[in-house]
Design a protein around this ligand. Structure first.
Ligand code: 6PG
Length: 478
């Protein structure tokens, strides 16, 4: 046995990760369910093939790796991971480490850890972000599981991860399912970020009547300012691409039904479990679901009509400033919500997740990478205990100047019949948050009226009940 590490699953992500590992000087044993794929992979690996050990069976894979053996699983999340673990269990030895590097649900990761407890085998749940390109040349890596197991694979992760000004974008973010949880929230934030960008695109296209070619330079320009990020950069790029078949902007030829594989939805579900509002993420998930209901949307447009294109035109420099600042404000609130969900999970599960580090390893390699994450890291370093980024000095300053623009954008969009669900959710969150006195007194009164649920009083302790007058022959009764 000569290999430093093993990898199962030579799909796009697995193959690229394996090449990345080999390129950094490690010997890697690889296995794929279909052997033909393994051969094809090694043939295409060029000079890196020297450091790749192709294996046709799991036994061969086991024997090829130096114990204690770290083995990365890069297979579809869910049943395939279960099957691979079952297959490996009888073959592996004390202290071997199974590393699930897919987009797993952290509940599954926790379950695997429980099931392996007592076998001597170690389990790591590792979030890997950056798509194909990231896997090949430097992803962002979020590791969860036993710290000792992490330390053993750290040299490999350190070598293959993306670099931000020399710092490797990989870290141990806690025991247990912390790694997959953090990756899930990364994706939840990714959903919100993408949705808000799409909403601004919608306002520019439908409200201001601009073509894809006219919108592209706007995003390119924003990418040089406060919105600088990979997602804004690719948006400008995508909007300027031409379809080779029709000669039209490619984006205009793409059906407006968004796919989703689960991580966004899980973010929303987990935030609800933790009682932490993540409404920007929830609305982004819902917007994808609604996008898939194409026929229903067409029928509703036929019945009620949609506002005419270009009703907000012309686009002035002031409006451009409003759009940019509104997107910035929405983004701040989305990230605030996402980080609050991670803080709550860390408390709930006792993970001690270093949130500043999470922000730091997201500065490069991953899909939501941006300068902005460096600023979040700085804010969290100063206020380590903060649940609310908006109350940090840096972000309170940002939101103070940008939220009036978000308000104007949401209001104008509402009047023009343009949907901005995630930006609207961001604004509602901010407005609800900054009202020290809200309206839940009425909710409590209603709950006490119909179910004697009790309420607290503003002028004393304890639980109280109202001396509500009975409903007298009300219409609602009949
Ligand atoms: C990443 C991406 C990656 C993938 C998601 C997207 O961080 O590299 O998030 O994990 O693109 O699976 O998920 P949807 O298919 O649900 O959009």
């Amino acid at each position: 046995s000569t290999a430093d590490i093993g990898l199962i699953g030579l799909g796009v992500m697995g193959a690229n990760l394996a090449l990345n590992i080999a390129e950094k000087g490690f010997r890697i044993a690889v296995y794929n369910r279909t052997t033909a794929r393994t051969r094809e992979f090694v043939e295409a690996a060029g000079s890196l093939a020297d450091r790749i050990v192709p294996c046709e069976t799991l036994e061969e894979l086991r024997d090829a790796i130096k114990p204690p053996r770290p083995i990365i699983l890069m297979v579809a999340a869910g049943a395939a991971v279960d099957q691979q673990i079952e297959g490996l269990k009888p073959l592996l030895q004390q202290d071997d480490i199974i590393i699930d590097a897919g987009n797993a649900n952290f509940h599954d990761t926790r379950r695997h850890m429980n099931e392996l407890a007592g076998t001597g085998l170690q389990f790591i749940g590792m979030g890997v972000s950056g798509g194909e390109e990231g896997a090949r040349h430097g992803p962002s890596i979020m590791v969860g599981g036993p710290e000792a197991s992490y330390r053993r694979i750290e040299p490999v992760l350190d070598a293959i991860a993306a670099r931000y000004k020399g710092e490797a974008c990989q870290a141990w973010v806690g025991p247990d399912g912390a790694g997959h949880f953090v990756k899930t929230i990364h994706n939840g934030i990714e959903y919100a970020d993408m949705q808000m960008i799409a909403e601004i695109y919608g306002v520019l296209r439908d409200g201001y009547g601009l073509s894809a070619g006219e919108i592209a330079p706007i995003f390119a320009e924003w990418n040089r300012g406060r919105l600088n990020s990979y997602l804004i950069e690719i948006t400008a790029h995508v909007l300027s691409a031409t379809d080779s078949v029709s000669g039209e902007p490619l984006v205009d030829m793409i059906l407006d039904r968004a796919g989703q594989k689960g991580t966004g939805r899980w973010s929303a579900i987990e935030s609800q479990h933790l009682s932490v509002p993540a409404t920007t993420i929830e609305s982004a998930v819902a917007a994808r679901s609604l996008s898939a209901m194409k026929t229903e949307r067409q029928l509703t447009e036929e019945r009620f009509g949609a506002s005419a294109r270009g009703t907000l035109a012309p686009l002035s420099p002031e409006k451009l400033e409003m759009l940019e600042q509104a997107l910035f404000a929405g983004k701040i609130i989305a990230y605030t919500q996402g980080f609050a969900v991670m803080a709550a999970a860390s408390r709930e599960f006792g993970w001690n997740t270093p949130l500043g580090t999470v922000a730091r390893i997201w500065r490069a390699g991953c899909i939501i990478r941006s300068q902005f994450l460096g600023e979040i890291a700085k804010a969290l370093d100063v206020a380590t205990d903060t649940q609310n980024l908006l109350l940090t000095e840096l972000f309170s300053g940002y939101i103070e100047t940008s939220h009036p623009h978000l308000r104007r954008l949401v209001a104008e969009s509402a009047l023009a019949g343009l949907p901005v669900p995630s930006l609207g959710a961001a604004l509602a969150h901010f407005d609800q948050l900054r009202r020290g006195t809200g309206t839940a007194n009425l909710i409590q009164a209603q709950r006490d009226f119909f179910g004697a649920h009790g309420f607290e009083r503003i002028d004393g302790d304890g639980t109280h009940h109202g001396n509500w007058l009975p409903l007298a022959g009300s219409e609602a009764e009949s």
